[in-house]
Design a binder for this molecule. Structure first.
Ligand SMILES: O=C(O)CCC(=O)C(=O)O
Ligand SMILES: [Fe+2]
Length: 235
């Protein structure tokens, strides 16, 4: 059960041929437009990637809607309760494209469960996770105290003492299902010359709302200057 493990790894969830077909569609999509590179530098691991957000996916990748439904069913089975894709169309499904030397900062997701489907294999670019590693205030998650606890748990000595790191190298067709809001995670730097490409699907209880949403979306999806605080310290 997901509650116990915090993270489940399913090898070969999507057949290689289907991954390749999706990669081809991503290539085609990129042929006609330049995706902005989002680069928020910070000490340690930065946010440095490109993203096709849910609104664009709805329009240009209709085939992902069935995949999303299939993953939703699996997520519900693993989670033991019925969750739904996020109401926020931009955030519910993303294609993350991490270029060579790109990476993704340490964070918690805003939502209960996140599924990561790797479409290809690259050198580096491992997802690093600390499952069930959070002092989670639940109803008081939108507070300074929560943010303080999160930053405390991110300190190296605390991590070394209490964290149990799980490192997963991208494998074509592999699916990770994690408790996104309880698992500290990030992506290591991509080595070599190829982009790392995966699909991120987010789930939560029906009707879940997220107060930090506006700031977070502009932080993750747009090139506008970063809001004064860091909304990626989610809930
Ligand atoms: O690409 C990954 O492995 C993780 C990305 C991630 O954590 C996110 O998009 O929230
Ligand atoms: Fe994440």
């Amino acid at each position: 059960m997901l509650h116990k493990t915090g993270v489940e790894v399913l090898e070969g969830f999507l057949p290689a041929a289907e991954c390749d077909a999706l990669l081809q569609c991503v290539d085609q999509y990129r042929n006609t437009r330049q995706l902005p590179v989002i680069h928020r530098k910070q000490r340690g691991r930065s946010l440095h990637y490109m993203v096709i957000d849910g609104a664009a996916i709805e329009e240009h990748f209709p085939q992902l809607s069935k995949l999303n439904t299939d993953v939703n069913l699996l997520v519900n089975r693993l989670n033991g309760t019925a969750l739904e894709p996020l109401g926020n169309a931009s955030a519910r499904i993303n294609i993350n494209i991490t270029p060579p030397a790109g990476e993704y900062r340490w964070h918690y997701d805003r939502n209960r469960v996140t599924a990561i489907l790797y479409l290809n294999e690259v050198a580096g670019g491992e997802t690093e996770m600390f499952p069930n590693y959070r002092i989670y205030l639940g109803r008081s998650k939108h507070t300074h105290l929560q943010r303080w606890l999160d930053s405390l748990l991110m300190k190296k000595p605390v991590l070394r003492l209490f964290g149990k790191k799980l490192t997963v190298a991208p494998r074509k067709g592999m699916l990770i299902v994690m408790q996104g809001d309880r698992c500290l995670h990030s992506v290591r730097r991509v080595e070599g010359a190829a982009d790392r490409i995966n699909v991120i699907m987010t789930f939560d209880a029906p009707g879940a709302v997220f107060p930090v949403e506006k700031e977070l979306d502009s932080y993750l999806y747009s090139k506008k200057s970063t809001p004064a605080f860091d909304p990626n310290y989610q809930e």
